[in-house]
Design a protein around this ligand. Sequence first.
Ligand SMILES: Nc1ncnc2c1ncn2[C@@H]1O[C@H](COP(=O)(O)OP(=O)(O)O)[C@@H](O)[C@H]1O
Ligand SMILES: [Mg+2]
Length: 334
Amino acid sequence: MKSSERNNSSAIGLDVGTSRIVLARQADQGFQYQSQLNAFVSIPYARMTETVLQKENVPHVVDGDQIVVDGNESITFADLMRIETRRPMDKGFLNPQESDNLNRLSNTIEILCGKSKDKQLVYFSVPAAPLGEEESLTYHETTIKQILERLGYKAKSITEGLAVVYAELEDSNYTGIGISCGGGLCNVCLSYLSVPVFSFSIPKAGDFIDSSSASVTGDRATHIRLIKEESFHFNGHFSEKVHQALTVYYDDMIRALVDALKDQFSKGRGLPKLTRPIPVVLSGGSVLPGGFRDRFENVLKESNLPIAISEIRLAQDPLFSTAKGALMAAMIDN
Ligand SMILES: Nc1ncnc2c1ncn2[C@@H]1O[C@H](COP(=O)(O)OP(=O)(O)O)[C@@H](O)[C@H]1O
Ligand SMILES: [Mg+2]
């Protein structure tokens, strides 16, 4: 089921994340968000399967000799057929292992946003390139732009960390550090009066925590992810092995993030003279467990960063910050 074509020239923001795609648009009061899983399942076509899906009301497409279900419904389909979902993206970028990733991503975006009749402006998020992998960003960014243009949009990109700054740091006049910890990557941007000073990403985030924990407990990563999202928090007394493993790899991620941040400051050239302490804002699905902020603050304090931090806070809606920031960029540019 695709959204009907919208004849609406107001701008939109799109967070194209490894695990979810989030759409932000203006509403009567504030902003409105919708999301789709960035996942799909496909199985060889069989008339019987198609009939089952119709009966269960699972929207699907027949693509050559395959039946495919994209987005949120892919979980239902996977459960029904006892198979795993697949991902068009991996570690922040289009997944080179998935030959059909462009069609799948395009269809999921269309389910979420519909087509645009009048070249509606969309800002979409892109990760900062991991060091030494700048070409993968060019391919990723250009391809998503083309997907959106084929759906009728005028598309421009914004780096994820900067989008978080736009969404959350109006109070400090867009000066501070925006961080998004998602599934594939953690993205960071230091912004000075809305101008990005540096942006970077590290390929350690939620998926890394899931797969590393799975490898020491012997569980499946999807099972670990479920436990993590339902019951994990910091500073518990963990008799349970899974929680212990999650604590270890969460810590690993936080340390890698803070080390990388420190590294950027130590390179130091071109940094503005900051006369006031600056805020840090944390967003993305991986900051949700209770105690994350405190743990991050402790590690950051230990690291002796060469700048003063005024506060470390969680974003208002950690799952929607990037999309909201992309929308702000689009509204200003429209
Ligand atoms: N309540 C939660 N507790 C812990 N982790 C969560 C929770 N909700 C989502 N996550 C994790 O957040 C990650 C996805 O975050 P998101 O910001 O949506 O990612 P992306 O930008 O990669 O699409 C996944 O690793 C997921 O397991
Ligand atoms: Mg994200």
